[in-house]
Design a protein around this ligand. Structure first.
Ligand code: CA
Length: 339
């Protein structure tokens, strides 16, 4: 992910002295998102870290409807003062009926009902899938796709350009539960249940894909004292982050999570910024696409089975298992407090 590479910076031929200076190389990323309070925290974090170069945002449904996800992405870009294209993505899953948005978690505006003004910038005309394909082809092997919502747009990009894995450096997706209970069914998390077919395509493709599941993201809790620190020291950005998070915090309190809320999307973003904070395992990973276990992520240690069928010769995905939450929260707080 984020790389610091050593390159020869130049040789003084006469002196026969060659300097090897460290040259920082930021990780190019496209962020696919359904903002969403925790998406917004992840994105505000991403704006502040030198390890990432955000090439585009693509919007999707989930926490909010896609149209609002587009507007909220534009709002976040404007807040950053940067010029980053935003493309609108899919408005529904690949095959199944769309589920309702989670306004009871994120507020009707997706930002905890703080009601920001309308953005002045406009989205680009291309679809999310078209922009993803165009950008990764312009930077072959250099772009990481970060999926903070259902993986519909990534799956559509794969369908649009079957050679996409040749061009993409890596995919990092937030979602799924393996050893903890799901938040939308006993076995499913929202990002996966919102489009299980798309998740099955993305996780089952032979490319460098990492799933950051709820098992990991629930290890990272954002507390009131964290929010107050960011509010007091993070300028207008910090105040916005604090204010929008209160609604989200109160939702978690209402379901019994009282010692801070889960930092789902910020944790996935932190994996791209500093993968050294995490432990991972490699598993053949598929997603249940119908029946009562729809949306369940199944991660197998083996990929070869005696019987032909849906698991035979499956590629392996990486799945995060543990995270150093203390260091991650320090990284997040320092970034949000930086100018
Ligand atoms: Ca999200």
């Amino acid at each position: 992910m984020a790389r610091r590479t050593l390159r020869s910076a130049g040789c003084a031929a006469l002196l026969v002295v060659c300097f090897a200076l460290p040259v920082f190389s930021a990780q190019k990323v496209i962020i696919d998102t359904d903002p969403g309070v925790d998406d917004a925290i992840a994105i505000l974090f991403a704006f502040q870290v030198p390890e990432l170069e955000i090439l585009a945002f693509t919007s999707t449904f989930g926490n909010v409807e896609t149209k609002l996800a587009t507007l909220n992405s534009l709002r976040l870009v404007e807040m950053s003062g940067k010029h980053i294209p935003v493309a609108e993505g899919a408005v529904r899953p690949l095959y199944m009926k769309k589920l309702p948005s989670a306004d009871f978690v994120h507020g009707q505006d997706g930002f905890g009902n703080v009601r920001l003004p309308a953005p002045t910038q406009r989205r680009v005309d291309q679809s999310a899938a078209e922009l993803i394909v165009e950008i990764v082809k312009a930077h072959p092997g250099e772009v990481t796709l970060i999926a903070l919502g259902p993986m519909t747009n990534i799956a559509l990009a794969l369908l649009l350009e079957p050679e996409l894995p040749r061009y993409v450096q890596a995919v990092v997706a937030m979602g799924g539960v393996l050893h903890v209970t799901g938040n939308v069914s006993p076995v499913a998390s929202a990002n996966i249940l919102n489009d299980p077919h798309a998740a099955d395509i993305v996780l089952g493709t032979d490319w460098d894909v990492t799933l950051v599941p709820g098992d990991t993201t629930r290890q990272v809790r954002i507390t009131d004292s964290f929010l107050e620190s960011v509010r007091d020291g993070g300028g207008a950005r910090g105040k916005f982050l604090h204010d929008m998070s209160l609604f989200y915090r109160d939702f978690y309190r209402s379901v019994g999570v009282t010692d801070g809320f889960y930092a789902h999307d910020p944790t996935a973003m932190a994996f791209v910024v500093d993968p050294g904070l995490f432990e991972t395992e490699e598993r053949a990973t598929r997603v249940v696409t119908d029946g009562m276990a729809i949306g369940e992520v199944i991660a197998a240690t083996e990929r070869h089975w005696s019987q032909p069928g849906p698991w035979h010769d499956m590629p392996k995905a990486k799945i995060t298992t543990t995270v150093d939450s203390e260091r991650l929260l320090k990284l997040l707080e320092d970034a949000l407090l930086s100018r």
